[in-house]
Design a protein. Structure first.
Length: 577
């Protein structure tokens, strides 16, 4: 039961009643009663608040503030605070003290009120285009997350109690965590000693059978007597390590795909260094994806391969398909699967807020040695979910001094890779800013114009309903460009959990629609929901494309064909720092 609070004394109520009354009087004396009147003599200026709206916003803020104080001073005679559903679910304020102890309840309500008015203020800005307003809103939301009372030791009841309980040891431990992170220049999100690549992550058996200055090609050992005749090549994004698809055995898409009878190859990209300063997008297409496709075709003596492209590697795979089609070589790829990938960046989501001239200039300055430090990209992605991926760890790791949790996904998230600076700048300007990939012929690769409408390869497109990196609306736009048979699947969750969702977990759901939807909204309206993982749906689709089987022998086993084993999986590039 919450503690019984003594009612306020009469003289306290009289004093605060006078304060609130005096505040109202000052508002009236300063003309706020005219806020609803037209003000033709004060026109709104570009980038500024309309004066009438600004005055009304000030009046609303004062009104809400006085109601808040009234609830704090005389709760029995005040209108109760009504939380929105999002506020009620806010994990930052789940501790009972935020509601049962008056001071912290006041802080919580004050924070929600201020946040609400700050966002209303953004909506009231006049004279800016939609993109600018979205950038301002994004920055404002980041500021709101930063000023939460849960982020500061003196205004977080759990932190105060922990300090008292541990006699200050928790603060010392948290300070130690913070100093260690400052030294390495990156926030720690999971126990750094709990996982090791090759020991309890990325353990699916296989061999590196091909290595270039750009990538290693890993072939995995078959576990079935027969395998699909058409092999599978997975292209993960080079922004991250490939083992997001080969985490612990129970979460590994790669292991699962091998168990379904696929001969699986995975590209492990090299983390950029100064030697890669001249690497551009066409290198990832020509010397990366096309080279890997031809290498596998030659090794197994097959005409075509299945392909998967994840995120930016999916964007690149789209360009690869268009290049092959233009060169009359489309038959080299029997099918293409896209995990949360974009080709049309006109609605690319919150990442577009980082594509300003100031941001681009800063990125240019960071790539002086020819590569961009992966910690920059990690920080950028964390900012997209700052509340969960930054401030949550500020509170837990630094303020509460808690031990790090052993979490494989967060270990991978912190295992950053460097990017070729020149290529990354081109990616941001040509694709995100200028949206050239969606314009036929605006980009050429090795003299071959890229036209996505020339792609007739069978395509499976997976999007995440809650994806904050590649929004489902943006991924859907792939359907507007390719001309071959398409299947679109909307998976529950986001950019990572929506992809890494093994059937054994029994989590989430996915939606399919056999109709001819023109928009994502139409797709959702007529979609059929299926509980659990979409992986079985994908393998069924693969088998409909080609169900021919062959014996799992000879070159189907890593190192037994013309390409000998260079190293055990997961290889050397994934471990390079």
């Amino acid at each position: 039961m919450p503690e019984t609070r003594e009612p306020p004394k009469l003289e306290d109520l009289q004093h605060w009643t006078w304060v609130l009354g005096r505040a109202q009087q000052m508002m009236l004396e300063n003309g706020l009663d005219a806020a609803s009147s037209p003000l033709p003599q004060m026109p709104a200026m570009p980038g500024m608040f309309d004066p009438a709206k600004a005055m009304q916003a000030t009046a609303d803020f004062w009104s809400d503030s006085m109601a808040l104080w009234q609830r704090f001073l005389d709760p029995e005679h005040s209108v109760p605070f009504e939380e929105t559903p999002d506020q009620a679910r806010d994990k930052r304020f789940k501790a009972k003290q935020w509601r049962e102890e008056p001071v912290f309840d006041f802080l919580r309500q004050s924070y929600f009120m201020i946040a609400d008015h700050m966002l209303r203020g953004v909506d009231a800005i006049e004279g800016v285009d939609g993109r600018q307003k979205e950038q301002i809103r994004f920055a404002t939301k980041g500021l709101i997350d930063a000023i939460s009372p849960s982020n500061f030791p003196g205004t977080n009841p759990e932190v105060i109690e922990k300090v008292i309980e541990t006699k200050g040891e928790s603060l010392l431990k948290g300070l130690s965590h913070m100093m260690a992170d400052l030294t390495k220049g990156q926030m720690t999100q999971a126990d750094p000693d709990a996982f090791e690549v090759g020991r309890n992550l990325a353990t699916t058996p296989g061999k590196v059978i091909h290595r270039t200055d750009l990538y290693e090609l890993i072939q995995y050992s078959p576990t079935t007597d027969e395998v699909h005749a058409t092999p599978l090549i997975i292209f993960p994004p080079w922004i991250n390590r490939f083992y997001i698809l080969d985490l612990t055995p129970e979460k590994s898409f790669i292991r699962w795909a091998v168990e379904q009878g696929l001969t699986v190859f995975v590209v492990s990209w090299k983390s950029a260094d100064a030697s890669m300063k001249d690497v551009r997008w066409e290198d990832y297409i020509e010397r990366g994806q096309i080279d890997a496709i031809d290498t596998v075709r030659d090794l197994l003596k097959v005409d075509a391969v299945h392909t998967i492209g994840y995120c930016v590697a999916g964007t690149t795979l789209a360009a690869t398909l268009a290049v092959l089609a233009a060169r009359g070589e489309a038959a080299k790829v029997k099918s293409a699967t896209f995990f949360t990938a974009q080709v049309d960046f006109s609605q690319a989501g919150e990442l577009s807020n980082f594509i300003t001239e100031d941001q681009l200039e800063m990125i240019r300055s960071l790539g002086g040695e020819g590569f961009l430090d992966g910690r920059y990209m990690a920080a950028t992605f964390n900012l997209l979910r700052g509340r969960d991926l930054i401030w949550n760890y500020v509170t837990n790791n630094y303020l509460l001094g808690q031990d790090y949790a052993p979490f494989d996904l967060l270990h991978w998230n912190s295992d950053v890779t460097n990017l070729p600076a020149g290529w990354h700048m081109s990616y941001l300007t040509d694709l995100y800013r200028d949206n050239k990939l969606a314009q036929p012929g605006a980009i050429d690769i090795g003299g071959t114009p890229v036209d996505l409408s020339a792609v007739t390869t069978p395509v499976y497109i997976q999007a995440g309903r809650e994806d904050h990196i590649a929004p489902a609306e943006s991924v859907w736009k792939i359907t507007h460009h390719f001309k071959g048979p398409l299947k679109f699947v909307l998976a529950g969750s986001g950019h990572i959990a929506g992809v890494v969702n093994p059937p054994s977990a029994g989590k989430y759901q996915y939606w399919t629609n056999d109709g001819n939807a023109a928009t994502l909204a139409e797709f959702v309206a007529g979609a059929r929901e299926t509980k659990g993982s979409w992986w079985p749906d994908w393998i069924d689709w693969i088998e409909k494309v080609d169900d021919t089987k062959v014996a799992a022998k000879g070159a189907r086993k890593p190192g037994k064909g013309k390409l000998k084993a260079l190293a055990d999986a997961p290889g050397d590039y994934v471990k390079a720092r």
